[in-house]
Design a protein around this ligand. Sequence first.
Ligand code: HEM
Length: 495
Amino acid sequence: MSASKLPGPSGLPLIGNLLQLRGTDLWLKFVTWTQQYGPLFFLNAGGKPTIVIGDHKVAIDLLEERGGLYSGRPSNITVNEYMTRGLVFGFAPDNDLWKRLRTSAIEALNNEMSKEFPKYQNIEAVLLVRDLLKTPESYIAHVTRAVDSSLLSMIYGLPPSSESSPTYITISTIASTFLRTAAQRSLVDYFPVLNYIPASLSSWKRFAEKVYTKSDDLFERLYKDVEKQTEAGNIIPSVSTSLVRDPVHKDLTPKEKAWLAGTLFVAGSQTTSRQMQWFIPTIALHPDIQVKAQKQLDDVVGRERMPNLNDYEKLPYVQALVKEILRWRDVAPFGVPHSVSDVKNDVYEGHIVPKGSDCIVNVWGLNHDKTVYGPDADSFNPERYLNEQGQIQIIASRETKGQGHCSFGFGRRYCAGPGVAINNLFVQMACILWSFNVGPEIDENGNPIPIDVTQVVDDRLTMYPLRTNCCKFTPRFAGVEEIIKKTLEASGLGY
Ligand code: HEM
């Protein structure tokens, strides 16, 4: 029997389904289409063949089992050719450079030296609760600073950065520019002929080239600083120190190493801090869950010191909270799209998968699948990850690489830094819950100001709460501030 076309919603001539792909909550529309057309359906996104995966089985069959064919990235000429020149491997096609950069990145994030990284993460979590105590209304700025500063320490060995540090400001701006541009295809991706117009007549090319130069200057400067410091015998544990010193990275040029380091910041910053942006209002809406987590923190850590990453194994409730926030409100509801090899069409279960298609997994749909997570899949319930003894149990372990959710992606493109992300989320959540009861702010009439996590910003790559909710951080006991102060002083930092 010959293979047939994939099913999918019908669209208009030329633009196909493009108009149906507008609006927010597209992940819910994809759940409906999965029910209607099956777990693998086809869309024509303005002339771009696109396949959408709606269940775990198809995701494993294609992205894991046939990884050689399904590990590309959709073309984005502005980002890949001009803004990053293919050096940010998270956006790059599955070529030799991607392989070399990815292999080195994973090595540098998991080698002997990386065992020192939790120290940076611990201290940033303490700085975070200090900042929340002082100016709770700026909680989004505080989690963003804490995440970004911990990344700057892990990647370059830098001491904690303040919000006004020029390096912090420049690298955060570069990261958001890359991500914003990568999230949307631009006209040149639909009409490649535009790529022949010279930069003098194309404002998008000039802008992208300017961003490249600025990024290249910063990434090279930060990397060279580590190189000089290491050559002078001052070894500060970091990804860049490892890239400078360890022979295993010898296949990369200094420029590639500098961009690899920059890539890790770009990939790890907004993903993690936006996940914390979900956690804070969510926990404020669930006082019962806070009480349970705090009981475990009191039993294991006590009230004489703050929690840190050495407590990880003994705090399964906090581990479960990390898993549940990643599952319930994953910051990337479609992960990062893959693309299908453009060499030849593939055939899956009797259907043709057109070569060169973009490949989207509806990660939201998989993470909220009631056949996997049960009838309460739409509720925030960390206890789904705990067994009767209160120890971690993993749901759908094989399908989720042992995470219990699909929020770190699939196959050969699987997130390069899940350990760093999980540790950051864990220690920041543990320190917040140890220090505070988090709840809604109270207005002048004594009424709680409603917290709204139903409206979201969806920039097509990440998704986060629309509102800065008014959350109140009430210290849980009299000694909180003093212990935060002492912990910082013991690390040589001021309060
Ligand atoms: C909550 C935090 C994070 C989430 C939810 C997350 C999620 C993801 C996802 C969904 C992908 C794409 C996977 C795929 O294509 O199938 C990805 C890729 C990637 N992530 Fe993460 N990530 C997080 C934090 C981090 C951190 C902290 C780092 C590094 C320190 C990092 C480094 C990367 C890199 C380099 C890639 C590109 C991999 C490639 O294309 O080969 N991520 N991440």
